[in-house]
Write a protein that binds this ligand. Sequence first.
Ligand SMILES: NC(=O)c1ccc[n+]([C@@H]2O[C@H](COP(=O)([O-])OP(=O)(O)OC[C@H]3O[C@@H](n4cnc5c(N)ncnc54)[C@H](OP(=O)(O)O)[C@@H]3O)[C@@H](O)[C@H]2O)c1
Length: 251
Amino acid sequence: MKLSEYAPAKDLLKDKIIIVTGAGSGIGKQAALTFARHGATVVLMGRTIAKLEQVYDAIDAENLPQAAIYPINFEGAVEKDYIDMADKIDDAFGRIDGILFNAAELGERTPLENYAADTWQKILQVNATAPFLMVKSLLPLLRAAPSASVVFTGSSVGYRGRAYWGAYAASKAAQENLMQTLADEEDGTSQVRANSINPAATRTAMRAAAYPAENPEDVKPADALMPAYLWLLGPDSAVHSGKQFDWDSEI
Ligand SMILES: NC(=O)c1ccc[n+]([C@@H]2O[C@H](COP(=O)([O-])OP(=O)(O)OC[C@H]3O[C@@H](n4cnc5c(N)ncnc54)[C@H](OP(=O)(O)O)[C@@H]3O)[C@@H](O)[C@H]2O)c1
């Protein structure tokens, strides 16, 4: 079966506590809504509060489990912010059943010889260091769940670097490696699993910024990814850890 054909149960994520980073727009917004529609309480994490509030309201309007908003800008956040995050989530929920590391920035599309050093550092900070610091601070809450799924968002340029993708490609490669390290460290010691998903070309603001000449209608919408995302966050993927999936991988 292809992951894109997975048919999730309506209550697949009932009573699960799931964090989605970058939940205010694009794929993260669609994932947050979809997880709530399958029963999850979603912690909407991101930097633009107005966008997070729109997603919160959309979940509320459908009478789904009440979401939580956690504003954070990964560019400026320091380790203490992640420790505070863990304390607040512990107080509110006592555990985490899933994290979707979705937030990312594109940076510049330019040759390395022109790539701005401060942009490089920002992209590595947002796309790679922030997930590391979240893993570090939130692991006790993941281990407190009966079975927890951590999902990193990959990209084809993270599997193999490509001209002009600079820090974005390097940061995605770092996420894949972080996923593998986490999966290896947790293997056999807890119920925490870690995998990555490559959504491939998807109709969002980031895709339009990366490919300005492309007609957005030629690219699949974010809801086409949701079977794969539900499978990864839900119990049907419980035996998998340390693996890279595409949105339509054969399983
Ligand atoms: N779309 C594609 O074709 C494609 C292909 C391969 C991989 N991906 C990956 O899929 C994921 C989602 O991408 P997308 O296409 O949905 O992009 P998007 O529409 O640009 O969404 C990115 C999200 O990340 C948030 N974010 C960015 N910088 C942040 C920061 N400093 N602090 C907190 N949140 C921040 C954004 O918040 P704001 O809304 O406030 O800016 C936004 O919600 C990314 O990891 C991307 O690399 C996408």
